[in-house]
Design a protein around this ligand. Sequence first.
Ligand code: SF4
Ligand code: SF4
Length: 467
Amino acid sequence: MSVTPPSDRVLSTLNPDGSRFWIRPRLSPGRFLNRRRVVAYGLIALFVLLPRIRIGGRPAFLIDLVTREISIAGAVFRPSDGFLLMLLGLTVVLTVFFVTALWGRIWCGWGCPQTVYLEHVFRPIERLWEGNPSEQRKLDNATLPSWRRIGKWVTYAVLAFAVANVFLAYFVRTDQLEHWVTHSPADHPVGFGIVVFVTALMFFDFTYFREQTCIVACPYGRLQSVMYDKQSLIIGYDTARGEPRGKPAKKSLPVVGEAERKGDCVDCGACVTTCPTGIDIRAGLQMECVGCAQCIDACDHVMDKLERPRGLIRYTSQDELAGKPRKIWRVRTFVYPILLAVVGALFVWQLGTRTATEVWVLRPAGPTFFDLGDGKVAAQVRIKLENKTHVTRVYQVELVEADVGTLRTPMKSWTLEPGKAAELPLFVDAARSIFVHGQHKVHLRISDDHGWHRTLPINLVGPDGGP
Ligand code: SF4
Ligand code: SF4
């Protein structure tokens, strides 16, 4: 029986009649699987710990959807940090382009949480409950789910809940999340709903959707073709060495003519049956390949048994497979790091010079001034302050040109908690005569109890009494 998917199958996971072809990959132990396991379990520990590690009292990484703050390694970014966030986003995009140009889908195969959890947590548990791929297929064909499949689903539901909590900890503070999980749903129906929804999503993904996430849903997977070039690292089959494929000749048979010489591929199908996306790497580079290296381990094992050199399937590049030399440094591998250095330096500089308090001068609301009688007016000034630090600060405002007029404020000082903003409605009482063409320039000094201060030029708008 041929294990290669029939040629009339359009997608590796679709039967000719349009139904889902379930991939039940065979595990291929080997050097890459061992290394990937070490990386995967290290990453799972990191995924769990990252939002729980505190740097400067803040989570090492948190995109707080409630407060609309992003915490990264102790630095906090708020919506008012638009330029910094744009630089940060650009740094991430350039890094993705650079890494992909050099190492292809190394992220998909080795670091992506989808692959890490599916291949190193959910599939091993599936093998424990349901056995090898042939036993799993028997369960697929059973009319009713067996106790083994139900046992797997129950374990998956518990795991999906755990993974959902790890995922949510990147978007909701861990103490808040703990409260959601440990208190009655009636106390926090929205939080409870979110936890249930994300758990259901994880269960659906790892039980049913699986490789479809990589093949049809992930935008990074879809963009591979524009990020690669012919020198990017891929997992490829050496056609020149492997073809024409065929079963190996028995050693006892006489040597056949050169015309009947077979390539090193013995068409055993081990590289296909082990592939988690169900493709045949011998058909060339395909978008469905997530770079997991399982086909390398499978084929190396076959080559070892046949006492032939390993590497019929290997990490390589399209150019290398075509007999051309490997070149690490190309235009894109020069340009991306240069752009990254520029954007990264700009980001660090902006971060270093970021002010502790953001100040905006707002347009006055309603009339710009009021007549106070006795030749005086009250000119309106509106400013907005945002405390961008991690500590509560108390702000005061003074008029620098005290001889020009008096600053009237509804409060002596304003207390702002971290990340909070406030509008300060102020008036400057001054003589009508100081306004020239309806304007007079003054300065406001804003200071806080931590030594921060800033002097703002303000154009007072008053009566047009001057020359
Ligand atoms: S595992 Fe190797 S030998 Fe077997 S079919 Fe794949 S490429 Fe050929
Ligand atoms: S072709 Fe090989 S590397 Fe690509 S997904 Fe399949 S098994 Fe993994």
